[in-house]
Design a protein around this ligand. Structure first.
Ligand SMILES: O=C(O)c1cccc(C(=O)CC[C@H]2O[C@@H](n3cnc4c(=O)[nH]cnc43)[C@H](O)[C@@H]2O)c1
Length: 283
């Protein structure tokens, strides 16, 4: 299965709009949306470039055209006290890589805030590479740390993260309690999830990453960017990855994207009660 690059479109915007799930590409977006009952097109969605939407109609609708930032579009009434968790979950395909994921997520957060329906939680979600044997293909990983693994400088003595160069940050910490509850509900493992701009393709690179980050279970390409955007808005962040391939020697034919997407749907399907009951102000 081929993944198409994301276009930053919101396909599932509904109800209270409190949780933003940022995937990279459309098949990941659809896999997450499926967990909340799937989405059907609304009457004017085609004109808006929206692929589909949840029920009831969205409180806010965002779209992007080309490389333009998201911008608010039509506004409709949102669900009241009877709104369910799925009414509060928006799913976007924010694009591949940390930079586009950060830009798309920040745009969605800003638009929601300007519309008076800010998000309480951002979730970076999708497929990822797993460090074996702890995170085999098909497993689900919830990040207890979201780490920018290649943000720094190479030196003759090895890699230096930007923090050791005196600036920036290289890790974000999702709320501990939420990580535990989400992992328990979804049957997921917890560990660091690395964000890389280059997919690991050799055993040597996999070993080097694991030596530098002994608690790492997975690598992907967006989590840190999504977390930076969430952090800039003061919103907590989670990262959830379904493992499609081992981190190691490149063997693209062996990627099990379909299995990973199915695991993503199944995992998110178990999260509704957790997301419904979690209150960021308890943290
Ligand atoms: O085939 C390639 O060489 C290739 C290069 C860049 C990206 C891709 C994707 O299809 C990645 C899409 C998506 O999947 C995540 N992902 C999945 N496995 C890994 C991995 O082992 N390392 C890093 N990222 C991974 C990633 O978050 C991308 O958004 C293919």
């Amino acid at each position: 299965m081929e993944l198409q690059a994301g276009e930053g479109r919101v396909i599932a915007a509904a109800g209270l709009g409190r949780v933003l799930v940022a995937t990279a590409v459309s098949v990941e977006r659809d896999a997450v949306a499926k967990a909340f009952g799937g989405f059907s097109p609304g009457p004017d969605d085609e004109a808006l470039g929206v692929v589909g939407r949840a029920h009831p109609p969205p409180s806010s609708r965002l779209r992007s055209s080309g490389g333009d930032p998201h911008r608010p579009s039509g506004t409709t009434a949102h669900g009241g006290s009877g709104a369910t968790a799925r009414d509060r979950i928006d799913v976007i395909d924010a694009g591949v890589g940390p930079a586009l994921a950060a830009a798309s997520t920040a745009s969605a957060l800003t638009a929601a805030a300007l519309q008076g329906t800010p998000y309480d939680l951002v979730v970076s979600a999708g497929i990822g590479g797993g460090f074996e044997p702890e995170a085999p293909v098909g497993a689900l990983v919830v990040a207890d740390e979201i780490v920018a693994a290649d943000l720094g400088a190479e030196t003759p003595d090895g890699f230096l993260p930007v923090t050791e160069l005196g600036f920036g940050t290289v890790r974000h910490h999702p709320p501990e309690d939420l990580v535990r509850r989400v992992a328990d509900a979804a049957g997921a493992r917890t560990g660091a999830v690395l964000t890389v701009s280059t997919v690991t393709g050799t055993a040597a690179r996999a070993t080097a990453l694991r030596e530098r980050h002994p608690t790492a279970l997975a690598e992907a390409m967006e989590g840190f960017g999504v977390a930076e955007a969430a952090g800039a808005h003061g919103v907590p962040v989670l990262e959830i990855r379904a493992i499609s391939n081992p981190v190691g020697p490149r063997d693209r034919a062996a990627w099990r994207i379909g299995d990973a997407l199915a695991a993503l749907t199944e995992g998110f399907g178990k999260l509704v009660p957790v997301l419904e009951s979690w209150n960021r102000h308890d943290q």
